[in-house]
Ligand binder design. Structure first.
Ligand code: NAD
Ligand code: UFG
Length: 340
């Protein structure tokens, strides 16, 4: 059935998008990637092909250029879109709000314009647990009110609104809003994963750079939160589990209309210290850390209520924190070997 379906993956050479492309190709879908490579490399296309034995079509396209988005829809009969393309660094969004609003919102509007013109009715969108804001109690469930605390978060809240309104006006359209918790880990092949340039903002890539010796020490942002060990608790989900959730969501979108929203997490929180311990086990040495002040804007705890994804999509994450650390470490080691 999937053999005849062609999926446009925006941001498909990025961290999450590349893992989803792998699983789409493995499931028999045809894949067209559109990415401007602002935060990824062209080599990822080749890596996806090495893993799957199938080559996706690739367009180096900026979604801000409406004509080039239209061009893709004219060259391919696109059955559905998975929309990952966007800027995602919270701190950068505070410093460069115009760039974030412009890139994330205009890019989405252009995509929707081209979809509407060509009669493409299925959209799966990358949203984030950040839309639960600061005041909801954990676990977060999909019916809770949304909020944001920074421009990046506002772009997610706004995109959810835009997509919901557009689907409401087009009764044959299907829009799924997927709220990711904390994606980590890498493909077990070691060929794709996340290896940000410079000093990472997020915990797992930071820990990985301490493990390689590129950074001297982990800074634990606060040990006085109202959590079991005082450090921040998050719902880390293996990127391959997350990708599987997209395949389920896409299958659901092809058989249902309207807008729906799903959390993609494990339903289980881990503390910063637990993650450091798990990574130390994975890399085989104790990783040094110091307790630092809280990071402004961080909440104590964030984990998903996963019942809806379980009941409606039949999706449950499988990987443990140990699996996530093992695969991240394997990827980083493969990356280092390639660079030598
Ligand atoms: P990523 O940066 O690795 O991938 C995003 C891709 O989009 C990159 O390859 C980048 O080059 C591309 N891109 C950005 N702007 C573009 C534009 N205007 N036109 C074309 N391509 C463009 O990020 P990721 O971690 O894979 O995240 C994918 C999506 O998931 C993003 O929308 C992000 O906000 C969302 N998300 C990520 C996380 C996370 O922790 N990684 C959590 C929640 C939600
Ligand atoms: N942390 C540290 N030291 C670090 C980095 C992080 O102690 O060097 C702590 C944070 O305080 C937090 C936890 O590790 O308690 C996780 O922090 P991350 O930066 O890895 O992840 P966040 O939960 O803060 O945010 C991420 C993305 C957001 C997204 C959110 C929910 O960065 O964009 O997950 O999906 F919105």
């Amino acid at each position: 059935m999937n053999r005849n379906r062609k999926i446009l993956v925006t941001g498909g050479t990025g961290y999450i998008g590349s893992h989803v492309c792998v699983q789409l190709l493995e499931a028999g879908y045809d894949v067209v990637i559109a990415d401007n490579l602002v935060n990824s490399g062209r080599d990822v296309v080749e890596r996806i092909a090495r893993i799957t034995g199938r080559m996706p079509a690739f367009y180096e396209t900026d979604l801000l250029n409406l004509e080039s988005v239209r061009h893709i829809f004219r060259e391919h009969r696109i059955d559905g879109v998975i929309h990952f393309a966007g800027l995602k660094a919270v701190g950068e969004s505070v410093a460069q709000p115009l760039r974030y609003y412009s890139n994330n919102l205009t890019g989405t509007l252009h995509l929707l314009t081209a979809m509407q013109e060509e009669g493409c009715r299925v959209m799966v969108f990358s949203s984030s647990a950040t839309v639960y804001g600061e005041t909801n109690p954990v676990p977060f469930d999909e019916s809770m009110p949304t909020a944001a605390t920074n421009p990046y978060g506002y772009t997610k809240v706004a995109q959810e609104r835009i997509l919901t309104d557009i689907a409401a006006a087009q009764p044959d359209m299907s829009v799924l809003l997927l709220r990711y918790f904390n994606p980590v880990g890498a493909h077990p092949s070691g060929l794709i994963g996340e290896d940000p340039n410079g000093i990472p903002n997020n915990l797992m890539p930071y820990v990985a750079k301490v493990a390689t010796g590129e950074l001297p020490c982990i800074h634990v942002f606060g040990d006085d939160y109202d959590t079991p060990d005082g450090t921040g608790v998050r719902d880390y989900i293996h990127v391959c589990d997350l990708a599987r959730g997209h395949i389920r969501a896409l299958e659901y979108a092809f058989t249902h209309t309207g807008t729906d929203v799903f959390n993609l997490g494990t339903g289980h929180g881990s503390s910063v210290l637990e993650l450091i311990r798990a990574f130390s086990e994975a890399c085989g040495r104790e990783l040094p850390y110091v307790i630092a002040p809280r990071r402004p804007g961080d909440i104590a705890s964030c984990w998903a209520d996963i019942h809806k994804a379980q009941d409606v999509l039949g999706f449950t994450a499988q990987a443990t924190l140990a699996d996530m650390c093992r695969d991240s470490w394997h990827f980083i080691c493969c990356r280092k070997e390639e660079k030598i």
